[in-house]
Design a protein around this ligand. Structure first.
Ligand SMILES: Nc1ncnc2c1ncn2[C@@H]1O[C@H](COP(=O)(O)OP(=O)(O)OP(=O)(O)O)[C@@H](O)[C@H]1O
Ligand SMILES: [Mg+2]
Length: 279
């Protein structure tokens, strides 16, 4: 699905009046494009996904999907979060089937479909396992299968791999790349990890510190599968990290006030770590 956002702005009420979360967001995402979004904490990344999903409404601006104004919740978008919100008392298969059952799909068909998508995420051996028996990475793969089974046009992924260890994350990167090239879904993927963004995306957008605006964008014209050791990957990653670091510093200065000088070393160290670790 093609998405076009024009002059989107979003404010929230806050203790000190209003907080502008997003301002002048202009963005076009092509059908089948894989776009990654990075930005400092609180810059409005999740808010932007919520607006695209139809969970939240912008105060200003317009959102057009496939050439039509988008109103209300959009069934053609599915959101995947850091914590896979699965039903712990159901098996992997029943979790994937759940949404299909709600949509009124007959039993035989939904079972077949659930099994096919669990196969796609390489979980065929675990279809009858209970969720609590699965590792974090496996749970996230069930969540991915559940989302894909609904056959959405767009996958909105909000830091989906942030809670996983580096090796599991690597595996899921390969899996997601493979699934994306098979299904040609449009993906908008939020991450704090710049290397992850460069590894996965056709394009990486950097959002500025509050209010969130699109500060810069980088086209990633590198063939897949991408080799993290490729010097081009390193070069683009450094460029994006530099842009992002400026925004992280702005937030840190605001939030840490007079303690800023003392905290600076620690903040930048941890920002470096989370921006690039684990790939
Ligand atoms: N429902 C709400 N009511 C009031 N303020 C909100 C609400 N939702 C978000 N905000 C504020 O809007 C700003 C953007 O929030 P958002 O969750 O979109 O940021 P984010 O970029 O996803 O951050 P993070 O990287 O920490 O997930 C933040 O300052 C947040 O406190
Ligand atoms: Mg968020």
């Amino acid at each position: 699905m093609k998405i076009k956002l024009t002059d989107i702005a979003k404010t929230f009420p806050s203790k000190n009046g209003t907080l502008t979360a997003l301002e002048e967001i202009n963005l076009e995402i092509s059908e089948g494009e894989f776009v990654c979004l990075v930005g400092p904490s609180g810059c409005g990344k999740s808010t932007l996904l919520n607006i695209i999903a139809g969970f939240d409404r912008p105060d200003e601006g317009s959102l057009v999907t496939n050439g039509r104004p988008a109103n209300g919740a959009r069934t053609s978008c599915v959101m995947i979060f850091q914590e896979p919100a699965l039903f712990p008392w159901l098996t992997a298969r029943k979790n994937v089937e759940f949404g299909l059952k709600m949509a009124g799909m007959p039993k035989k068909e939904r079972t077949e479909r659930a099994l096919a998508y669990l196969k796609m995420v390489h979980l065929s051996r675990f279809v009858n396992s209970n969720i609590h028996e699965l590792s974090g990475g496996m749970k996230q793969r069930v969540a991915l299968a559940r989302a894909l089974a609904l056959n959405p046009d767009v996958l909105l992924m909000d830091e989906p791999f942030a809670a996983l260890d580096a090796q599991t994350r690597d595996m899921l990167h390969e899996e997601l790349t493979e699934i994306w090239s098979k299904t040609k879904k449009t993906i908008l993927f939020v991450t704090h990890n710049v290397r992850e963004a460069v590894h996965l995306g056709d394009r990486v957008l950097v959002l500025s510190a509050r209010p969130g605006r699109i500060k810069s964008e980088f086209k990633i014209d590198l063939v897949r599968p991408r080799d993290p050791a490729n010097p081009d990957v390193g070069r683009i990653t450094s460029l994006i990290m530099k842009e992002l670091k400026e925004e992280v510093e702005k937030i840190a200065k605001e939030e840490f006030d007079s303690d800023w000088a003392a905290s600076k070393a620690t903040i930048l160290h941890s920002a470096d770590h989370s921006m690039g670790s684990g790939i």
